[in-house]
Design a protein around this ligand. Structure first.
Ligand SMILES: Nc1nc2c(ncn2[C@@H]2O[C@H](COP(=O)(O)OP(=O)(O)OP(=O)(O)O)[C@@H](O)[C@H]2O)c(=O)[nH]1
Ligand SMILES: [Mg+2]
Length: 467
């Protein structure tokens, strides 16, 4: 396993790679990217400019045809551009070809390129090369991937912050503080003295440490919110047959997405849709519930519901207010999961106070209930507010937020080492040094100030192909 620092890595690639960079499906324009020392040479073999006298000038688009390299058969009309290594995304010679977006046009051109001395790019390989050649902060590159994946405006704004680098700068600064502490400590490590801890002194060490730990703890605490904003808050609808799960689902997603019929057992397979509650991305699931299933299809549907329950953040358990008053079935909730009871069909019982009370008595104090009508929409707004409150997302307007599980793991690992020093008042200087170095390395792995090949693989393999 190679270890490296930002400059002078042994990772510099020497081959040329290509990939389709535009998303699959239909659209206006498809993009093919080529990066590496032979990018221009490859283009020359397959591109015939409209104007034969036109020259290859960096960043100037040229119109022409892509032809098959072996029989000169025309594959598409395209625009092509060349970017020199000092001014390209990957930090290598790069070419982009803008062709018609259809899958077959793109594939024909790419196949044609891959028959030359070019390899298909791995996921995230253009970004990896950018990191290796330009030393760009990894958290920025991950921010770019988050921008693409953003599900609401708020998620987009957060990921932009990561992309623009203020988050990475903050992390870099925290690491600098640790490294600085380490340097001061090691200046005098040849004269170990248990009480003074190098030439810093225990009191000063503790003071500095506490400050860093506090900042890291704040970052770590924001992760729950960051994760929800990035990945979404998962809400699963459960309840007896015919209680109105699908009706409520349709009401919340504002379209007739799920089948609704008076027949019990209408929904078998679950469906899901995204909704946006004040920037909170909610992934809502309509399910078959947990009824005793008869038949293979029913059973499979209920099995799927069980799996969904495990992954839910919030369960909305829907009862028909007018139906038989019953308790909740046993559902094992983990520490972070919540359950909210919904009493539906209030429109059928306008004066239902007595009946609502009976339901609440049966269900017990633990479960607050929302009373509403999926059909008329009465009481749905307060439910939406409840969902938002249950998600418990902090106000994010100003703080820097951790959205990535990888970063959170590194921050916590860093904290673990720093807390060890904090806890042991009589720690020999060498051990303090060791823990500080570990802490600095872990947090350095967020931005790529410190990395191993394995870490890079893990990070960039999660990126898209062509990114
Ligand atoms: N009056 C009234 N009827 C409702 C309401 N919600 C649902 N219904 C009716 O109740 C019946 C069942 O509704 P669904 O939404 O299909 O119920 P479900 O829980 O998805 O049912 P399954 O998928 O079969 O488990 C349909 O006839 C709906 O029109 C409501 O708020 N008021
Ligand atoms: Mg249903």
């Amino acid at each position: 396993m190679k270890k490296g620092t930002k400059t002078g890595t042994g990772l510099k690639p020497s081959d040329t790679i290509a990939a389709i960079a535009s998303p699959s499906g239909s659209g206006g324009v498809g993009i093919i990217r080529i990066s590496g020392p032979d990018a221009v040479a490859i283009l020359k073999q397959i591109f015939v400019p409209q104007n034969p006298k036109s020259k290859m000038i960096p960043y100037m688009l040229r119109f022409g045809r892509i032809v098959s390299h072996n029989d000169s058969k025309e594959l598409d009309e395209v625009l092509a551009v060349y970017m020199p290594e000092d001014r390209s995304f990957s930090g290598e010679e790069m070419v982009e070809v803008y062709c018609h977006a259809g899958h077959y046009a793109l594939k024909a051109i790419l196949d044609n390129i891959l028959e030359l001395d070019v390899r298909i790019a791995d996921a995230g390989e253009f970004s990896l090369r950018r990191f290796v050649n330009h030393g760009v902060d990894i958290s920025k590159l991950e921010g770019a991937a988050e921008v693409v994946a953003s599900k609401t405006d708020l998620a987009y704004r957060l990921s932009r912050e990561h992309l623009l680098g203020s988050y990475g700068e903050y992390i870099t600064d925290l690491r600098k503080q640790i490294v600085h502490l380490l340097a001061e400590l090691e200046a005098d490590i040849d004269f170990p003295d248990e009480d003074s801890v190098g030439n810093i002194g225990r009191i000063l060490l503790d003071q500095r440490l506490n400050g860093i730990i506090e900042n890291l703890e704040q970052l770590s605490a924001g992760y729950r919110t960051g994760k929800i904003i990035q990945d979404g808050y998962r809400v699963v609808l459960l309840g007896p047959p015919n209680s109105g799960k699908s009706s409520l689902f349709n009401r919340l997603v504002r379209q007739n997405r799920a089948l609704v019929t008076p027949i019990a057992g209408t929904t078998r397979d679950y469906i899901s849709e995204w909704i946006d509650i004040k920037g909170l991305p909610v992934e809502l699931y309509d399910t078959a519930g947990l009824r005793e299933g008869r038949g293979k299809v029913e059973k499979a549907g209920i099995e799927a519901t069980r799996r969904l329950i495990k992954r839910a953040d919030l369960i909305l358990y829907i009862f028909d207010l007018t139906g038989r008053i019953q308790g909740l079935p046993e559902i094992k909730l983990s520490r972070n999961q919540q359950l909210q009871v919904v009493l539906n069909k209030i429109d059928l019982l306008p004066n239902a106070i007595g009946r609502i009370k009976k339901w609440q008595t049966k269900l017990g104090q633990d479960y607050a209930s929302s009373v509403l009508s999926a059909t008329t929409g009465v009481g749905v707004k307060p439910l939406i507010k409840t969902i938002y409150e249950k998600a418990g997302v902090a106000d994010l307007t100003e703080s820097l937020v951790v959205t990535s599980h990888r970063h959170q793991t590194k921050i916590n690992a860093c904290l673990k080492h720093l807390r060890r020093i904090q806890k042991m008042t009589k720690m020999p200087s060498e051990i303090v040094s060791f823990e500080l170095r570990q802490a600095a390395d872990r947090i350095g792995e967020i931005t790529g100030a410190v990395y191993t090949e394995d870490i890079l693989d893990e990070i960039f393999s999660n990126f898209c192909i062509g990114k």
